[in-house]
Ligand binder design. Structure first.
Ligand SMILES: [Zn+2]
Length: 132
């Protein structure tokens, strides 16, 4: 087996730096968790837009100590994601006249539901061995 030297392109170095930063922040959101979050919301968590591309948004921004975790990531449309940026979510939602109480209720409900997924069926358990 040969040991490959890591790619030395600018993009590869930037990707490694970003991965290191995300890892250091304690982020642990898996792709499966992200798809479960997307399924549960099925729309922008903030403005309710559906049928649009949804991006991962940290409710508590990384710059304020937030992380990419099951508890802190919601789907946001590009417009909300860009507008919210590093702002505190409740301040931002009030200023945008978005339905903050409805968001908070939905968010807590969805996180609680995702933390305790229903027992896997026998079929799913049989398929578990294919998960790396
Ligand atoms: Zn939105």
């Amino acid at each position: 087996m040969t040991v490959r030297k890591p790619a030395q392109t600018r993009r590869a170095r930037a990707a490694r730096r970003r991965a290191k930063r995300v890892a250091a922040s304690g982020s642990d959101l898996t792709d499966a968790e992200w798809f479960a979050i997307l399924d549960a919301w099925a729309r922008c968590a903030y403005c309710g837009a559906d049928g649009v591309a949804l991006q991962r948004d940290c409710v508590l921004p990384i710059s304020r100590g937030g992380r990419y975790t099951l508890e802190n990531v919601v789907p946001a449309c590009r417009s909300c994601n860009a507008s919210k940026s590093n702002e505190e979510v409740t301040v931002w939602m009030r200023r945008r006249r978005l339905d903050e109480p409805a968001f908070l209720v939905a968010w807590y409900g969805i996180v609680a539901g995702l933390r305790t997924p229903p027992r896997a069926s026998a079929d799913e358990e049989a398929g578990a061995s294919v998960i790396p």
